[in-house]
Design a protein around this ligand. Structure first.
Ligand SMILES: [Zn+2]
Length: 206
């Protein structure tokens, strides 16, 4: 007899170090963002969107990302903050360079991470997706611990949300190709594909 594995694709979802309860991941540091609203249908969570972000641009470890997502960015601190401090944006999760996970919005709520976007002919990806920011840039590799953590987080999500699928994971640049370039050329999709036994990023054309 073989050991029973999770039903989707034989990937061992039970191995995740994370658990989800009431739309919140544990262990994760919770930083509440006001930048969310209700999903049209809480039972329709069917896409995972990977992003990258760094604030100030190309600097890691500071408070800028959390300040942006909580509308507390000080526009005098950096010239770029003057441009973006009025944005009202968020994501569900941020995975920092050291692997720490920060959650801003519960998964059953609609975080404002994707903007104008389309996946397989369907607009407004925020309605039906979970947004995960990787602390990083388009110009340098991500950390190994970030991939390991991302993998574990995705395992937990796939286990908890039966409407998600390991093949329906893509990049912001794929759902908004005219506007966005993240997670960028240094995000290693092959590595994620291998870990999840799926061909990623998911194709976004109809
Ligand atoms: Zn993005």
């Amino acid at each position: 007899m073989y050991t029973k594995v999770a039903k989707k694709g034989g990937v061992g979802f039970n191995n995740s170090m994370f658990k989800i309860k009431n739309g919140l991941l544990a262990p994760a540091r919770i930083v509440k963002s006001p930048n969310y609203d209700d999903r049209g249908d809480e039972d329709d969570i069917s896409l995972i969107v990977i992003h990258n972000i760094s604030l100030p641009p190309n600097e890691f470890g500071g408070k800028g990302i959390e300040q942006l997502f909580t509308n507390t960015l000080d526009k005098t601190e950096h010239p770029f903050y003057d441009e973006i401090h009025e944005l009202r944006v968020s994501s569900h999760l941020l995975i920092r360079r050291d692997g720490e996970v920060v959650q801003f919005v519960p998964f059953h709520k609609r975080a404002w991470h994707a903007g104008v976007s389309q996946y397989l002919g369907r607009d407004v990806c925020n309605d039906f997706s979970i947004g995960i920011e990787m602390e990083g840039t388009d110009f340098e590799p991500f950390e190994e611990i970030q991939y390991k953590t991302l993998n574990d987080v995705i395992f937990a999500l796939l286990k908890d949300y039966s409407t998600l699928n390991s093949s329906a994971i893509t990049g912001h640049e794929n759902i908004a190709p005219e506007r966005k370039t993240d997670p960028g050329p240094y995000f290693n999709w092959d590595k994620l594909s291998l870990m999840l036994k799926a061909k990623l990023p998911a194709r976004c054309e109809k």
